[in-house]
Write a new protein. Structure first.
Length: 652
């Protein structure tokens, strides 16, 4: 008994626990209800037509007309609703309303049918039986997605039909009633099966959609930090850019690069690097989480943000500077307390950018420019950068088309031993006199050549010219020559350099090859192998610009170096800068402890030289002694200052 009541309750109740199922029922219902009302209207008028000769007009015309008006109104309603996607609450309300209407409509049509029964002969009475049977069958199938409504229609129409026609005592009508009873049970059984299949289908679609949504979420989330990833960033940027364009609003993006992240990986391992990235993301997310700031991790140690509907540029730059300040605060990891910083490039739409791609590229350029000029700060892309981009693009194209063997030349800056008061060697410096652009500064064309991946085509002719000139020097003078990261990133490139050295006739033991720490950033193992190959033929290896980067101590520890060069930025106005003096003192002490020569670059005045002497430096170079010399000027320079000690008298 309880099972039967439970089944009955299940049949008549509209489940409301699954919003997606309710919406799916509603949308399926919208498509089927116009068909059901069309069947009702057409069948009703067909029955009315057969009874018009014998039944009163209010039964054959008035009532069918009322039914038609009501049905037509419902058809219009459902037809308009067929493309709507309702809320679950609205769908539940509509389905319950349909359930109530089904009871009223089924009762009304059944009553009308029985009112016609006393009129007409056996054929017309059989038509009534046919009308009730076939119409209810059609209605049940049209109402299958609202199972309770179909159940009510079947019980009201067919239940009344069976009782009424069985009571007539006519054998044919009794047989029809029994047949309809059996068909009704079969139809309801099919209805229940189809309804459950429909529920399973919707459930399967929900599971598939949920899996798809989860996959989409995972595809747009950085698994390490939980921030949106590169894909999510560019999707958001595209949408935000379109919104800003449509609303004539301003939009800013910033690209963040961590300064000093690689040494954490080198010193403490990648797991510590990962923990640092998580701490960085958590810190940024806590301090800068807002509705109009979208923060993401692009990959590696690079992050980015989008700020929508900004007011003025300095607000964005101020936000970036706050981020930089936040990143300079210590990170306390289990392994150690880590100090890093962050550089940020910022670009603003619609200023100087017309597409989302261009906006990102310009923020990236501002980042690159900022890291060259002053790390650890935010840099706004400006009109000056546009001019630089155009200038750099022209230089790059001219470089690629130039006769470099003819247009490139080498000048030499003396390296002086202040203890012996004589020149010990020269550093070769590149010069380019372009047939198209004229004289181009190496500070411009060398970084451009590195970014364009063509620095190797400059290294080879410059090295040949430097070695050819140095071959004419006295045998105790050394040559220093700069190599780029790309000159060390493949065995083939290093083999080519070795071939140039060995065929030059210049003793490799008198050659110091200067490298910067950037040579070790991307492929440390290959760079180390390249350096070892160069050491095997006798070349000295100098670490250039020591102190300006973050992996120098690691490089000192792991590479077969012979010299370090203290960057000129620590020498400028050293007499007035106690911090610079302490740094230079420490580096000189470190070099002595490690058995490495140290060369101090950029000495330009007697005051700087006095401090450098006091700190115990031995090898120096700078404008105080000489600007870079043409090859032809070297013999005169050596004759005037190398042998008689007058070169350094003025600085003693």
């Amino acid at each position: 008994m309880k099972t039967s009541l439970k089944l009955l309750s299940e049949l008549v109740k509209i489940p409301d626990h699954n919003p997606d199922l309710l919406i799916a029922k509603y949308r399926a219902f919208c498509r089927q209800m116009p068909i059901m009302y069309f069947i009702l209207i057409s069948s009703t008028w067909a029955l009315a037509a057969t009874h018009m000769p014998v039944a009163p007009a209010w039964l054959t015309l008035a009532i069918p007309t009322v039914f038609t008006v009501i049905s037509a109104a419902r058809v219009v309603f459902w037809w308009k609703s067929r493309k709507e996607i309702p809320t679950a609450a609205y769908a539940l309300t509509a389905l319950k309303r349909t359930q109530r209407l089904s009871i009223g409509i089924a009762s009304a049509f059944t009553l009308w049918s029985f009112l016609l029964y006393p009129y007409g002969d056996a054929y017309q009475q059989s038509h009534i039986a046919f009308y009730m049977a076939i119409t209810v069958i059609s209605c049940i199938f049209c109402l299958m997605h609202v199972r309770s409504a179909a159940f009510f229609v079947a019980v009201i129409v067919n239940g009344t039909f069976i009782v009424f026609f069985t009571a007539t005592g006519h054998a044919t009508f009794i047989a029809i009633a029994i047949n309809i009873l059996l068909v009704s049970f079969g139809m309801l059984a099919v209805l229940v099966v189809n309804y459950r299949n429909f529920e399973r289908m919707i459930s399967a679609q929900q599971q598939t959609q949920a899996l798809s949504n989860e996959n989409l979420r995972l595809a747009n989330i950085d698994s390490l930090t939980g921030l949106p990833n590169r894909r999510a960033f560019f999707n958001h940027l595209g949408e935000a850019f379109q919104t800003a364009t449509d609303n004539s609003a301003r939009l800013a993006i910033g690209v963040i690069d961590l300064d000093g992240f690689k040494p954490v990986n080198d010193l403490y391992g990648h797991s510590s690097g990962d923990r640092l990235l998580v701490e960085v993301s958590n810190r940024l997310r806590r301090e800068f989480s807002s509705d109009d700031l979208f923060l993401s991790r692009l990959g590696g140690d690079e992050f980015a943000f989008v700020i929508s509907d900004i007011a003025i540029d300095r607000d964005v730059v101020g936000e970036g500077n706050r981020m930089c300040a936040l990143l300079r605060s210590p990170f306390h990891l289990p392994e150690a307390t880590i100090m890093i910083s962050g550089s940020i490039g910022i670009a603003v739409f619609p200023d100087l950018a017309s597409t989302s791609e261009e906006l990102f590229d310009r923020a990236d350029y501002a980042l690159y420019h900022g890291k060259r000029q002053k790390r650890g700060n935010s840099t706004l892309f400006t009109a000056r950068h546009v001019a630089e981009i155009h200038r750099d693009a022209r230089i790059e194209q001219t470089l690629k088309q130039a006769n470099l063997a003819e247009e490139l030349s080498v000048v030499f800056q003396p390296i002086v031993d202040v203890l012996r008061q004589q020149t010990t060697g020269f550093e070769a410096l590149a010069r380019w006199n372009s047939k198209v652009l004229g004289t181009v500064s190496p500070a411009q064309f060398i970084p451009i050549a590195e970014r364009a991946g063509i620095i190797g085509s400059l290294t080879r002719p410059l090295l040949k010219k430097a070695l050819r000139a140095a071959s004419k020097w006295p045998g105790d003078l050394r040559l220093s020559f700069n190599l780029s990261a790309q000159d060390l990133n493949s065995p083939e490139a290093v083999t080519g350099i070795i071939a140039i050295i060995e065929t030059s006739g210049f003793d490799a033991a008198r050659l110091d090859l200067e490298i910067t720490e950037t040579a070790f950033i991307h492929d440390t193992s290959q760079a180390r192998r390249s350096v070892e190959m160069l050491r095997q033929i006798g070349c000295g290896i100098s670490l250039d610009d020591f102190g300006t980067g973050y992996s120098s101590l690691t490089s000192l520890h792991s590479l077969p170096l012979t010299k370090i060069k203290i960057d000129h930025s620590f020498v400028h106005d050293i007499q007035d800068n106690p911090a610079s003096e302490k740094i230079v003192r420490s580096v000189l002490t470190l070099s002595r402890e490690m058995g490495l020569d140290a060369i101090v670059e950029g000495v330009e005045c007697a005051e700087e030289m006095a401090v450098i002497r006091h700190l115990g430096a031995r090898f120096v170079q700078g404008y105080l002694f000489s600007k870079p010399l043409e090859e032809a000027a070297i013999p005169g320079f050596l004759a005037s200052g190398r042998d008689d000690g007058t070169l350094l008298t003025q600085t003693a």
